[in-house]
Design a protein around this ligand. Structure first.
Ligand code: ATP
Ligand code: MG
Length: 567
């Protein structure tokens, strides 16, 4: 866990978010000093992949700041690099941001590519001020001239071109008179700056690429370090919040906005990226898993893309709670995946109904219960939240129980079913094991028991106690379902990559149980609905693969926790 500023948080409580982060202190100062009189933030994804949980952190942080200071929040597609971008990603990003925030104001959705004309004009301003020049050095030469961390760079021989010549050449670059890569426009800053980003960075390149928005209108495209600050400034962003890898770029960010005639330019503030233990968030890595067919698309429930978390059954509330707990910090650290699991358990435990589901079924026959009879027993939908009411659960002579709830020769502390032992069937009766059948391999195929009608749940029976309670599903009315269990996709011990560059996958990341028996109330569940299967965890109905005829459930999280709040 990454931060010192969240120790006082009690998850789930409304007052939890009282501790302020360092960005809020910076904004407070800016408002006090009248540097700004309002707050506008943005989330600027590049549409070159699906958003992941790290992006959720940035979305929630920026939106929260805007809300808290009564300001505005923009979603801006940073679509200035046409080779890697795709409309599919734009659509998925819109959906994910809307889901995380619960709402999205389409009036505040912007596209950097809509500003290409304005950026071009700003480049001309720089040229006119003598702050930008057209350079004919090729890529290798530019690298050579740039110098190193230890040595200053050398001025380009084209650095002293006249303003007129630069204006003419830049226009001709735009008009397509030169080949790709033949010329670039560079900012004229300082080739001996200790910050390499300031050594006359390229701000425009020639590249004949079709853009998803502007088509073939442009054959010159602005570089990120020039385009991004301008996009912020055009939108009137006040606080441009980004991750730490841009810290070294901040002087250039300031140089761009300070030299391009803005009244009240934005300022950049960096924070540490969200990293999760044993989970990989990088777009490039996820893309590889998708493209190599290792996962079932960008929303495979084992991934931590926002769409995968949604499909798996995580809620926006749980993700928000997780972000509050992990804090906003200036120092890189990893948050514990177990903490994310804790948050989804906390969110669902009172909200969602419980039900009985047997994942690895073993037949239990109650030999003294009448044949062909089904009775309906009362069961609480959620013992901790009475508001969720009760339901009727069918009970009969033949039931399914979990295979591991019966043992022929149990170890000492085993409290479940074994020969001559009595347990409670949850919501039903005490049953005592009277025998079992095995097949030729010694595998148990059926368990026999007798029940005591006096011990019915809710009857107030106090005659004797039993140590164990197990869940069950009546065979006759059970519905068949597929249940999928997940583990991390990365092999935790070995790291992400093998020495040869191949991916180190956990071969147990997906377990598909095809023969599960569920109580019939679960037959009514809709796609996306989630439940607590008692003793098993939280599960939801898969959006993609579940049908009315055959339900498919994903395990969101088990009930066991390795995370302790406050630690
Ligand atoms: P990735 O590193 O996964 O490829 P990216 O940084 O290239 O992501 P962008 O689309 O450029 O993805 O990011 C959009 C915004 O999300 C940026 O402001 C970036 O700083 C922020 N962001 C990306 N990853 C994280 C993270 N792990 N934690 C917090 N913010 C992040
Ligand atoms: Mg990026």
């Amino acid at each position: 866990m990454s931060s010192e500023n969240n120790a006082s948080l009690t998850p789930g409580s409304e007052e939890a978010a009282v501790s302020r982060n360092f960005i809020e202190f910076e904004i407070d100062k800016d408002l006090e000093n009248k540097r700004y009189d309002h707050v506008v933030t943005r989330f600027p994804p590049e549409p070159n992949g699906y958003l992941h949980i790290g992006h959720a952190k940035s979305i929630l942080l920026n939106n929260k700041l805007a809300t808290e200071y009564n300001g505005q929040f923009n979603l801006r597609f940073d679509d200035t690099n046409p080779t890697k971008e795709d409309v599919e990603y734009v659509d998925s990003i819109l959906e994910d941001v809307r889901w995380i925030l619960g709402d999205l104001d389409m009036e505040r959705v912007f596209y950097a590519s809509d500003y290409f004309d304005m950026m071009y004009e700003k480049a001309i301003i720089l040229i006119k001020k003598g702050l930008a020049y057209v350079c004919d050095l090729n890529a290798d030469e530019i690298r050579e001239y740039r110098g190193t961390l230890k040595e200053p760079g050398k001025n380009s021989p084209y650095r002293n071109r006249s303003v007129e010549e630069n204006l003419d050449l830049f226009e001709r670059m735009k008009n397509g008179e030169f080949k790709d890569g033949e010329k670039v426009l560079r900012a004229k800053i300082d080739m001996s700056s200790p910050n390499i980003n300031m050594r006359d960075p390229i701000i425009y390149r020639i590249a004949r690429m079709t853009h998803h928005n502007t088509g073939d209108k442009w054959c010159i495209y602005p570089m990120y370090d020039f385009a991004h600050p301008l996009e912020d400034a055009f939108e009137g962003i006040t606080h441009s919040i980004c991750t730490l890898e841009f810290e070294d770029h901040r002087p250039l960010y300031e140089w761009v906005v300070n030299n391009t005639d803005f009244d009240n330019p934005p300022r950049q503030i960096e924070f540490a990226k969200l990293y999760l233990t044993n989970v990989v968030t990088g777009k490039r890595y996820i893309k590889r898993l998708v493209e190599e067919g290792i996962v079932d698309g960008w929303d495979d429930p084992r991934l931590v893309t926002i769409s995968a978390l949604r499909r798996r059954g995580f809620t926006p509330e749980s993700i928000k709670m997780f972000m509050e707990l992990s804090g906003v910090s200036k120092a890189n650290a990893s948050s514990d995946y177990a903490m994310l699991e804790y948050c989804i358990r906390e969110d669902l435990k009172l909200k969602r109904p419980r039900a009985m589901a047997v994942l690895d079924p073993l037949k239990l026959v109650i030999t003294n219960y009448p044949e062909n009879e089904i009775e309906y027993l009362d069961a609480d939908n959620n013992l901790e939240n009475e508001e969720l009411g009760k339901r009727k659960v069918p009970f009969g002579r033949e039931l399914y129980i979990e295979r591991d709830d019966f043992m022929i020769e149990p170890p000492k502390k085993y409290k479940r079913l074994y020969p001559d032992n009595e347990v409670r069937l949850m919501n039903a009766y005490f049953v005592k094991c009277t025998g079992y059948d095995t097949d030729e391999n010694g595998e148990v195929t059926c368990v026999y028991a007798t029940y005591d009608p006096e011990t019915k749940s809710g009857s107030g029976f106090t005659g004797r106690k039993v140590k164990g309670t197990i869940h069950w599903v009546a065979a006759e009315t059970a519905i068949d379902a597929t249940v999928r269990l997940y583990e991390n996709i990365v092999d935790e011990e070995k790291g992400v990559y093998n020495e040869d560059g191949s991916l180190n996958l956990n071969s147990n990341s997906l377990t598909v149980l095809e023969n599960c028996k569920l109580e019939p109330s679960l037959g009514e569940a809709n796609k996306g609905d989630s439940f607590q299967f008692v003793r098993q965890g939280f599960f939801n109905v898969d959006y993609k693969d579940s049908t009315d005829e055959h339900k498919v459930f994903n395990r969101i999280v088990s009930l066991k926790s390795s995370y302790k709040p406050g630690k």
